[in-house]
Design a protein around this ligand. Structure first.
Ligand SMILES: Nc1nc2c(c(=O)[nH]1)N[C@H]1C(S)=C(S)[C@@H](COP(=O)(O)O)O[C@H]1N2
Ligand SMILES: [Mo]
Length: 350
């Protein structure tokens, strides 16, 4: 027994800790796609603290298996691939937190982090099939083990907290980051903020001669609006926070969705309102929330540019950016949610 063994948790407990950490990171990572209000900040805090803790656990594990790798046991390549992916996911997450940037065309550092994190899953499953073994109950409930594991988690929390403070000094945008980790854009107003696509949308400029907005579904008076009917009568100040890690707060002018729904005479059983893009991209809001949303024609008084969704884009306060559908041509009211939209946002434009 080396000195390290005396202070570190038993091997199988470390392994279980790694598994649980990865599951928590996955769950909070996915949840962060929906967590857009400060009350959900715990999702991001948990992701950060568990991420730091996992660094410690992986270090312990790699130290333990460092010699075994050379003997090339069966499954060693899966194990190596898993280690590389996990370390790359952790490294990109850490780099992101420290304010590093990466520009791979339409992918930034945070997208790479998400992709690596998701890639861990299949490799982990293969690895677990071969090597999964639970520690025995006494080892897990052992007081000393519990203390060691709590120590690691508390250590993770302390490092995470210290990093947050350090960022205020190191990262020029650190102090202005949101609880989501997003940094403010450089542009100050109007259309001056990044044009971002979720996956592959890249439509031609919308032709106003053929475009119209249709309001239909569970309504008694479906109708269409042409481009000349788009009077920007409502205004909302709202913050667009993209999951690729930037945010921009703007005044948006356009049509109140509440007014449109009223004009269409929504039926009593309506529950959801879906916004559809000319590209097939679509997303829904519960009807009460939709009434508060805006279909913007302008931003800070400037006509929206094509990239930002001209002639009409959804402004959904308290939602993450990918839900702010651009180039909207249809508002569809329905009873229940259209689950196909979670696929549509990945395949539209392909
Ligand atoms: N039709 C459509 N709408 C879309 C997207 C898209 O790919 N297609 N991308 C979304 C994403 S990921 C974000 S962050 C915002 C970005 O809006 P912006 O390009 O005006 O900054 O639009 C959203 N609306
Ligand atoms: Mo986004």
């Amino acid at each position: 027994m080396g000195r390290l063994d005396a202070v570190t948790p038993p091997a199988r407990v470390v392994d279980l800790g790694i598994l649980v950490s990865i599951l928590v990171l996955l769950a909070t990572g996915v949840a962060s796609m929906f967590a857009a209000t400060p009350s959900t900040a715990w999702v991001y805090v948990t992701h950060g603290v568990v991420g730091v803790t996992l660094v410690g656990l992986v270090a312990l594990k790699l130290w333990r298996v460092r010699r075994r790798v050379r003997a090339r046991p069966t499954g060693v390549w899966t194990s190596i691939a898993l280690a590389v992916l996990a370390l790359a996911a952790l490294a990109t997450g850490i780099a992101w937190v420290f304010g590093l940037e990466l520009d791979l065309g339409f992918w930034g550092l945070l997208n790479v982090h998400i992709a690596l994190g998701l890639l861990v899953v299949p490799v982990l499953l293969v690895h677990l099939r071969r090597r999964f073994a639970l520690p025995d109950r006494e080892t897990v409930t052992d007081r000393r083990t519990a203390l060691q594991m709590s120590g690691l988690l508390v250590g993770g929390a302390v490092v995470w907290r210290a990093q947050q403070s350090l960022n205020r000094v190191l990262d020029t945008a650190g102090a202005r980051r949101r609880f989501t980790g997003s940094r403010p854009v450089e542009g100050e107003s109007g259309n001056d903020f990044p044009v971002t696509m979720w996956v592959a949308d890249d439509p031609d400029r919308v032709d106003l001669d053929t475009w119209s907005l249709r309001v239909r579904g569970r309504v008694d008076e479906p109708f269409s609006l042409d481009a000349e009917d788009l009077a920007p009568e409502s205004e909302t100040r709202a913050l667009l926070d993209c999951t690729s890690g930037w945010y921009a707060e703007r005044d948006w002018q356009g049509l109140s969705v509440g007014d449109l729904l009223e004009a269409a005479d929504v039926r009593g059983d309506a529950g959801w309102v879906q916004f559809r893009s000319v590209t097939g991209y679509k997303w829904s809001l519960p009807i009460e929330e939709a009434r508060e949303a805006l279909l913007a024609t302008h931003v800070d008084g400037e006509r929206l540019t094509h990239g930002h969704g001209f002639p009409l884009r959804l402004v959904a306060p308290d939602r993450r950016g990918y839900q702010w559908v651009k180039w909207v041509e249809e508002v569809r009211v329905s009873r229940s949610r259209d689950l196909s939209e979670s696929v549509a946002i990945f395949v539209s434009g392909l």
